[in-house]
Design a protein around this ligand. Structure first.
Ligand SMILES: *Cc1c(COP(=O)(O)O)cnc(C)c1O
Length: 420
C-alpha cells in the first residue's frame, strides 16, 4: 500500500479527531523519519516534545528491550524493583519528597488537581466542595472532561459540557490579575511556564517568580505543568529554573517515556502528597515496570549526556538564525532552548500552509494556533542537522536573494541555489 492508500484507510476507519499532514511515516531514527515511499524528513515536531531524545534513541531502546525481557507489568497490587528506583530518582530530580506515577499527561494533571483540592480541604481548611484553582487563558493541560472544563481552546470544549466547576481563568502573564483572583478558597494556581499548545508564549520576565511569591503569601499551591517544557526542552531540566522558581508540584509526562511509552508523574512534598491514602487514586498501568525501566534510562541520559545543554546552545543559535532571516513572511520569532514559535503573516498564509510547504521540502513541523509554526526538534540534534532544517525554513519562509556576481565568484554553487 502506498501513502495515498494508507491515508484513505485511516480516514475510513479512524475517528477524525486529528487533521494530520499528508505523510505516512514508517520508520524513524534520531531526528529523521522515513515515509512508506522511502522519502526522508527531518522531524522538527518531536511528537510535541515526547521525542525529546530522538526516534529510537539507542540508549533508551536498549533499556526498553532489557525491561521487556525482564518484567513489564505488576499492577500496584505489588511492588516492583524498577518502580522503587524510579520514584527515588524522580524525587531527587524534582527535589520533592514524593512522586505519584500515572500514564498520560492528562492523568497527571488530573492527579495534581485532585491533590490540590484534597489538600485544600484537609490541610488549608477550605469548606468542602468550594476549592478554586486559577488557570490561564490559552492553557493546554489535556483532554479529559474536567481539564477541558477550563481549556483555553473553544474547539476543545464545544459540545462536551456540562463542565466541572471550580476553575477561574485569568490572562497569562498578568500577575496583578492572578492576585486579584485569589480568594480564601483558592487552593492552587496551575501554570505552564511557557504556553506550548497556546502558541509558544513566553510570559514576561518575573511572572513565575511573582506567582511563586503570591502562592507562598496566600497559602496556595503552585502547580507547574512541565509536560511540554520539562526534561530539557527549554535549555534547562525544568523551565521554572529560568526564574529560579521552585513550584509546589511538578507535572511531567511526554518525554519521560523516551518516545516509547506513556508515563507521567506528579511530584510534591509530603504535606501535599499525604492526602492520597490507599484506595483514593490510581491507575492499573500507572508506574508499570516497562515504563519505569524506560523512564529510568531517560533520567540517566539527562544526568550523563545533558541534552538540556545542547538545547540551550542550539536553541539560541536557531533563534538568532531565524531572527536574522530575510523574510517577508516571518512576523515574530520567540523561544527558549529548542522550543520556538514562528509567527507568519496572515497575508502570506496560515502556519498550516507553510507546514505543508515545509513537508514538501522534507521537514515535519506543526502549526500551533492559526499563525504560529512550532519548531521543536529532538534535543539530541546536531548543529549540522539543525542547519539543514533551518536552510529549509529559509527556503520556504525567506526572501530569495537576486543573483549577485560577487557572491557567485565567492561561492558559485551557493549563489546559484539562492537565486534559483
Ligand atoms: C501534551 C500536554 C498535556 C497532555 O498530555 P497527554 O499525554 O496528551 O494527555 C498536558 N499539558 C501540557 C502542557 C501538554 O503539552
Amino acid at each position: 500500500m502506498d501513502s495515498k492508500d494508507l491515508i484513505n484507510l485511516t480516514e475510513h476507519y479512524s475517528a477524525n479527531n486529528y487533521a494530520p499532514l499528508d505523510v505516512v511515516i514508517s520508520s524513524g531514527n534520531g531526528v529523521w523519519v522515513e515515509d512508506v515511499e522511502g522519502r526522508r524528513y527531518l522531524d522538527f515536531l518531536s511528537s510535541y516534545s515526547a521525542l525529546n531524545f530522538g526516534h529510537r534513541n539507542p540508549r533508551i531502546t536498549r533499556a526498553a528491550h532489557r525491561q521487556l525481557d525482564t518484567l513489564t507489568l505488576t499492577s500496584r497490587a505489588f511492588y516492583s524493583d524498577v518502580g522503587a528506583h524510579l520514584c527515588k530518582e524522580l524525587s531527587e530530580l524534582c527535589k520533592k519528597d514524593k512522586v505519584l506515577l500515572m500514564n498520560s499527561g492528562a492523568e497527571a494533571v488530573e492527579t495534581a488537581i485532585k491533590a490540590a483540592r484534597k489538600w485544600g480541604y484537609e490541610v488549608k481548611g477550605v469548606p468542602e466542595g468550594k476549592a478554586e484553582i486559577i488557570v490561564f487563558d490559552g492553557n493546554f493541560h489535556g483532554r479529559t472532561t474536567t481539564i477541558i472544563s477550563f481549556s483555553g481552546s473553544p474547539l476543545s470544549k464545544k459540545g462536551f459540557g456540562p463542565f466541572t466547576p471550580g476553575f477561574v481563568t485569568v490572562p497569562f502573564g498578568d500577575a496583578a490579575a492572578v492576585e486579584a483572583a485569589i480568594t480564601p478558597n483558592t487552593v492552587a494556581i496551575s501554570v505552564e511556564p511557557i504556553l506550548g499548545e497556546g502558541g509558544v508564549i513566553i510570559p514576561p520576565d518575573g511572572f513565575l517568580k511573582a506567582l511563586r511569591e503570591m502562592c507562598t503569601k496566600h497559602n496556595v499551591l503552585m502547580i507547574a505543568d512541565e509536560i511540554q517544557t520539562g526534561l530539557g526542552r527549554t535549555g534547562k531540566v525544568f523551565a521554572c529554573e529560568h526564574e529560579g522558581v521552585d513550584p509546589d508540584m511538578y507535572i511531567l509526562a511526554k518525554s519521560l517515556g523516551g518516545g516509547i511509552v506513556p508515563i507521567s508523574m506528579v511530584a510534591a512534598n509530603t504535606p501535599i502528597m499525604k492526602v492520597f491514602e490507599p484506595g483514593t487514586h490510581g491507575s492499573t498501568f500507572g508506574g508499570n515496570p516497562f515504563a519505569c525501566g524506560i523512564a529510568r534510562e531517560v533520567l540517566a541520559l539527562i544526568r550523563e549526556e545533558r541534552p538540556q545543554d545542547n538545547s540551550a546552545e542550539l536553541g539560541a543559535y536557531a533563534l538568532e538564525r531565524l531572527r536574522s532571516m530575510k523574510s517577508k513572511v516571518i512576523k515574530e520569532v520567540r523561544g527558549r532552548g529548542l522550543m520556538i514559535g514562528i509567527d507568519v503573516d496572515p497575508a502570506a498564509g496560515t502556519a498550516k500552509d507553510f507546514c505543508k510547504k515545509l513537508l514538501h521540502e522534507g521537514l515535519l513541523c506543526k502549526d500551533t494556533r492559526v499563525q504560529t509554526i512550532r519548531v521543536a526538534p529532538p534535543l539530541t540534534i546536531t548543529k549540522a542537522e539543525l542547519d539543514k532544517g533551518l536552510d529549509l525554513f529559509e527556503k520556504v519562509l525567506g526572501t530569495k536573494e537576486s543573483f549577485s556576481i560577487s557572491a557567485f565568484l565567492k561561492n558559485p554553487l551557493k549563489a546559484l541555489t539562492k537565486a534559483l
